[in-house]
Every structure is written in structure tokens, then in C-alpha cells.
Ligand binder design. Structure first.
Ligand code: BGP
Length: 470
């Protein structure tokens, strides 16, 4: 593509994304209560601990809580038009069940928004990103309980009332379909996954979907300018062979994810999903009020995209490493060090699929390459020569451009972990995504200094040319 032609529309929201529990640290400051992440030192690999332990890198994160102004200025230096961050629920309602919010927590995000405004950056706020207050998780077994809907609604209302005039774009739950795969991280469900009944799991799904729709309903009342989006893990799935049985396996796997978008965009459960529940022997408790609430559909669809997968009907074919989901490795694709298969074309495919299905503008709110970086000195300046990251992002953005040229309405694109942060799945820092290197190691050592990587200037140029430099 030449620098004079670009498919990206004017006003396209270029930026990057983070989540509170992966950057903020200060886990016990400012009146914050504990969240489930404070007892997850090993990410999704290990069982939670009873109390926060020193080896949990998230307790300090990258110290964004104290360095937010410096960090947002660094992002602004790339010309960011948007910055996606999440609000830590346990900063606002420390145990989750208080009648009144914690003013100190609310004031912190006022200051974050002040910095965004100062730099002309449009905030994109995730209301709940894998950080259920631990009190609610333990009292209710997380989202298994219907009581969570009211707690979440009070929290969401508080945010809309406080920030509704300053924040236009909101996401209700990060990767809402992930609760099926990571029930504790995604749904605060304390019962171990292998002991969780399908009925409890799907009831939790239902409660989250109702809560998400309720947030949309509340926003319409108290923050009429707000644009509300759902947020899904997008993972296009290909049949491993041309056998129709494999194609059917793809359809069934796809359905389990698409159902979440269908409910958010169509306002009711699709028939294939109800059939799936029946086949699992699950009878959901769905009230008349729930059905009414679900009719409040979203303004846009946002998603994360890292990889694609294959499906096979053959039970002897082994699953590979996934983001959070399983799936069969694709023999035609390379993979990252963590086994995540790299597939830029899959992004164009999934964008077309979502647009055709839902006819809602899309927002790509996570994409990127997790890699081990090496800090080196070039011309006396400490940096990371991350050509691998540039190549990954460039290839994916070219496909975003193709999808836009296909007619897919797209609001923006935020890379994941625009500044290095603690990984969700591994809970380590060595799986890095950023344009900005943070000097912190897996053993907790490091100065927390920030250094611009080679990709920093590359992304600044992409934004400056509105994608023309790709
Ligand atoms: C998504 C999560 C993020 C983020 C990302 C990368 O599933 O929404 O929180 O962490 O994946 O995953 P990881 O950190 O495991 O590399």
C-alpha cells in the first residue's frame, strides 16, 4: 500500500489497550479491596491462593497507579487517538457489596481521564476485565449467583453517572465468552472447573449476559451519549480436513462463541444454543424480566484477536495450546513461542463474519504478539529491536484494511498491552506485547523504567499516516 492510499476512514481510532489488574499494582492502596487477581499468582495455570502472596507480579504490576501520567504521555507520543483501560471494580466497591462507592477509587480514574483529555485521547473503558472483587467471588461463587447482577448493575451505574459525560465508548465485560473456559478468572467462580456442573456454568453465563444488557439499559438512562459494546474472543475456526464431519465440528464450536454476540446484538438466545443446553441436560432459570432486559442490545461489537484454530470430529486428534480455549493446531501456520498460531488473514475473515452476522460497527480492541524481548543499546539509547512485533502487527493491520475495503464498518484498533504488562494467562512479565518496554522481570526485580522499542516509532508513523505507511 502506498502512503497516499489508505482504506482506514478519517477519525479511525488508533490506540492501545491495557487492563487494571495487569498494570496498576497498588493492590491495597486507595481503599482498594482484593480482587480475584490478587490471589492468582500463576494466572490460569494454578489454583488461587488463600491470601495475596509476594510472588504475584500483579500486586505491583507496572506501577501504573503511580505512573499513569508518564505512561499516558508516552502513548500520546505515538499519536494515540484512543486508550483502552479497565476500571478495577474493587477500587470502586472494595468488597463488591457496599452501598456507597469508594471516593478515592473514583477520583483515581478521574485523574486518568484528565490525562487522556489533556492529550486529546478518547478513552475506551472496560467495566469488568477479569477482576471480580474477591469478596463477591467467595460469597456467591461468582457469577453462578443471580445476586451478582445487582452488584454489577450498581457498579456500572456508578461509573456511568460519574464518567458518562467524559467517556463515550464502554465495554461491559472483557471476553465474555471466556467464562466457559476460565470460570474463575472470567467469572469469579470459586468452584474448581472440573467440579462445576454445566447448569452452574451456564447459569453464570446467563447472569453475565443479563448484567451486560442491564448495563446497556442503565447507560441509555443516565449516559445517553454512551456507546456500549460487547467484547468477545474472536477465534476463527477452520475444518482440519474437508470431511463434512469436521465442518460440522467447526459449526458447533463457532456456535458456542457466536451465541454471545447473537444475544448482545439480537436480544435473545438463538435456537442452536438452547438445543446445546438441552443436550447438556441444562435447564436455565430465565425470568420474564431477564428476557425483557436482554432486549437492550449493544451499539457495537468489540473483540480480541490473536489466533485461529482448527476443529476435527476425530476424538483422537489432539488439542493444542490456545489462548484460553483449546482447539487443534493448524499445520499450515507458524506459532508464537506460546503456541498461539499466527494468522493475519483470519482477522479479515472474522471481521467479515461478524459484520455480516450482526451489522454492528466493529472495534478491534486487542491484537498483538506476545514475545520475549531483549533490552539492548543502539547508538547509546536503550531499546528493543522488535522487528518480529512490527511484522506481526503490520500483517494484521493490512488485513484490517482489506476488511474495511470489503465494506466492514470499523471504529478502531487498539493493540493489546501497548505498554508491557503482566500476562493474563501466565501471570509473568516476560510475555511482552508493548511498544514501551518496562524494566521488570519474572522474579519481580527491575527498575520499572520505561524504554521505547523500535515498534514505537513504527506505530507512530502508522497512526500519523492513518495506515498509509503499512
Ligand atoms: C486476552 C485478555 C487480556 C490479555 C490477552 C493476552 O485474553 O483479555 O487480558 O492478557 O489475552 O493474553 P496473555 O496475557 O495471556 O498473553
Amino acid at each position: 500500500m502506498t502512503s497516499t492510499s489508505t482504506p482506514f476512514p478519517p477519525g479511525f481510532l488508533w490506540g492501545g489497550a491495557t487492563a487494571a489488574n495487569q498494570v496498576e499494582g497498588a493492590y491495597a492502596e486507595g481503599g482498594k479491596g482484593l480482587s480475584i487477581q490478587d490471589v492468582m499468582p500463576r494466572g490460569i495455570a494454578g489454583p488461587p491462593t488463600e491470601e495475596p502472596t509476594e510472588d504475584n507480579l500483579k500486586l505491583v504490576g507496572i506501577d501504573f497507579y503511580h505512573r499513569y501520567a508518564e505512561d499516558i504521555a508516552l502513548l500520546a507520543g505515538m499519536g494515540f487517538r484512543t486508550f483502552r483501560f479497565s476500571i478495577a471494580w474493587s477500587r470502586i466497591f472494595p468488597r463488591g457489596n457496599e452501598a456507597e462507592p469508594n471516593e478515592e477509587g473514583l477520583a483515581f480514574y478521574d485523574r486518568v481521564l484528565d490525562e487522556c483529555e489533556k492529550h486529546g485521547i478518547e478513552p475506551l473503558v472496560t467495566i469488568s476485565h477479569y477482576e471480580t472483587p474477591l469478596g463477591l467471588a467467595r460469597t456467591h461463587d461468582g457469577w453462578v449467583s443471580r445476586a451478582m447482577i445487582d452488584h454489577y448493575a450498581r457498579y456500572a451505574r456508578t461509573l456511568f453517572e460519574r464518567y458518562g459525560s467524559r467517556v463515550r465508548y464502554w465495554l461491559t465485560f472483557n471476553e465474555i465468552n471466556s467464562v466457559l473456559h476460565a470460570p474463575f478468572m472470567s467469572g469469579g467462580i470459586v468452584t474448581p472447573k472440573d467440579q462445576l456442573s454445566p447448569t452452574d456454568l451456564y447459569q453464570a453465563v446467563h447472569h453475565e449476559l443479563v448484567a451486560s444488557a442491564l448495563a446497556t439499559k442503565i447507560a441509555r438512562e443516565v449516559a445517553p451519549d454512551a456507546q456500549i459494546g460487547c467484547m468477545l474472543i474472536a477465534m476463527p475456526t477452520y475444518p482440519l480436513t474437508p470431511d463434512p464431519a469436521d465442518a460440522l465440528a467447526v459449526m458447533r464450536a463457532d456456535h458456542l462463541n457466536l451465541a454471545f454476540g447473537d444475544v448482545h446484538c439480537r436480544g435473545a438466545y438463538p435456537g442452536y444454543f438452547l438445543r446445546h443446553l438441552r443436550e447438556q441436560g441444562v435447564e436455565l432459570e430465565i425470568t420474564a424480566e431477564d428476557r425483557e432486559t436482554l432486549r437492550h442490545t449493544v451499539d457495537f461489537v468489540s473483540f480480541s484477536y490473536y489466533m485461529s484454530l482448527c476443529e476435527s470430529a476425530d476424538p483422537t486428534v489432539k488439542a493444542g495450546a490456545g489462548n484460553i480455549m483449546g482447539g487443534v493446531p493448524n499445520p499450515t501456520l507458524p506459532a508464537s513461542e506460546w503456541g498461539w498460531q499466527i494468522d493475519p488473514v483470519g482477522l479479515r475473515i472474522v471481521m467479515n463474519q461478524f459484520w455480516e452476522r450482526w451489522q454492528r460497527p466493529l472495534f478491534i480492541v486487542e491484537n498483538g504478539l506476545g514475545a520475549k524481548d531483549e533490552l539492548v543499546e543502539v547508538d547509546g539509547v536503550r531499546t528493543v529491536v522488535d522487528d518480529y512485533r512490527i511484522a506481526y502487527l503490520n500483517d494484521h493491520l493490512v488485513q484490517v484494511g482489506e476488511a474495511i475495503a470489503d465494506g466492514v464498518e470499523t471504529l478502531g484498533y487498539t493493540t493489546w498491552g501497548c505498554i508491557d504488562l503482566v500476562s493474563a494467562s501466565t501471570a509473568q512479565l516476560s510475555k511482552r506485547y508493548g511498544f514501551v518496554y518496562v524494566d521488570r522481570n519474572d522474579d519481580g526485580t527491575g527498575t520499572l523504567e520505561r524504554y521505547k522499542k523500535k515498534s514505537y516509532d513504527w506505530y507512530a508513523e502508522v497512526i500519523r499516516t492513518n495506515g498509509g505507511s503499512l
